[in-house]
Design a protein around this ligand. Sequence first.
Ligand code: FAD
Length: 478
Amino acid sequence: MLDDARDESVPLTRSAQVAVIGSGPAGATLALALSRYADVLVIESGGLEDDPETARLYEGESIGIDYSLVDTRARRLGGSSHLWSGWCTPFDPLDFAERPWVEHSGWPFGTETLAPYYADAAHLLNLNNAVFDAAGTLSRIGVAAPRLDPLETVLSLWRFGLPTARFGESSTIRAMTAAQVHVLCHASVVDIRLDSSHSQVRELVVRSTDGREGRISADFVVIACGGIETPRILLNCRSQVSYGIGNAHDNVGRFFMEHPHAELASVPPIDDDWYECATRKGIDVAQHPFILAFGVPPARQIEERILNARAHFYLPPTGSGPMARLGVFMEQAPDPDSRITLGKARDRLGMLRARLNWKLGKLDEYSAQRTGALLATQLKRMGVQHERIEPPYFANRKAVTYTSHHIGTTRMTNDRERGVVDSSCRVHDIDNLFVAGSSVFPTASWANPTFTIVALALRLAAHLRELIAPEAKRDMLQ
Ligand SMILES: Cc1cc2nc3c(=O)[nH]c(=O)nc-3n(C[C@H](O)[C@H](O)[C@H](O)COP(=O)(O)OP(=O)(O)OC[C@H]3O[C@@H](n4cnc5c(N)ncnc54)[C@H](O)[C@@H]3O)c2cc1C
């Protein structure tokens, strides 16, 4: 059932067992997975189409490295999946570990916890399976792998779903309707009201852009509004707690991370089949596209004390010559001063706008330069006669571009003083409030976030199912 909050006949004051705020990959996945066990209401600020007035709710200030808060996300049913390019890859095991040279690193669990959910996430993202074995994929399609030293270079894959999953399109809406998920569009959550002990969400205040208002109560509430909007909502909820909900230790909005991208070199064409799979999308045996990526292996990252990264080849826009480019996608180190706070201006719903201070630090720059240097040597071994490897200097902000990934701003840790949510993604000290999305990632990996967002949303759905229907078997998607 799809309701429009602007329609006078639609009641805005209602209740549900689970209220999911936001319908992007995180919220839609969670709602679909839970619909078998619970009465689920999705509250979505946007509608079926892009709408400039709703998009303006995303406007805010950027006071650090220049960043667009509007172009990097979509405020409509399906969220930013309308904009995403579909690059999927899982986190590496080392990404979850506490690394002494990366302050604030370490997840409360490891890759083995996410593995079963990656398998289901692959299904939802139309990837066929969750196999990301680069050498095996090349061998299955009869392409000789590049000659690389496995102690110095790791070969990885980005894979692309067929078709690219867009969660606001008719297939998801049909699936939600069939699963009896209620979706309330054009309704923005503007406040979260707690009970008198401040340990339970009592109700959500929702508003439409044309001034209707309602109150929604639910046994469980999940905020799935993306890595900028989720902290913005929590910080705006000051009607009962002056510092915002979940922010007793001033962690909400901190540790904003991106995947900075820098160009390293120009590369003349290489007469090798693997190069085709690196510059253009290769096609695996199940006809799914993939792209090769080149990284520094975990043991060398530990030795060099650098962040994770992957270099990749890409073709510049047509007309700029035959040279391909070599670029690097970097993990960004968690930094409490790279953060989202609230500005002074308000949006038309009365919420204070976000102010983003995106910062990169010394470890980010050093890791990009060192990765570039290490891979330069290895690429030469592989016969890549690159013209120059230009070390990216992040202090020169022009050398860095961003990739529209918003990570880390409600970080997960079991120590309530050092983060916002616990290992089950529950906001510390609030029994029935959860967060889904990349804002909970304590570290960012080199991996594009959506595959892991969907896997984590499925894990959260399994956790909520245990609380709501403990007798039910694990069959989240089928
Ligand atoms: C150009 C571009 C390319 C990208 N390419 C890739 C890629 O190749 N690979 C990859 O992994 N990722 C990519 N991404 C990132 C990817 O789109 C996001 O990681 C993903 O969409 C995040 O999902 P989410 O559900 O957490 O948040 P979102 O998709 O941002 O969804 C949040 C939802 O919350 C709603 N909402 C916000 N505020 C409120 C409120 N107050 N009340 C109610 N609802 C609200 C929004 O309308 C939206 O529907 C790309 C992004 C962009 C912009």
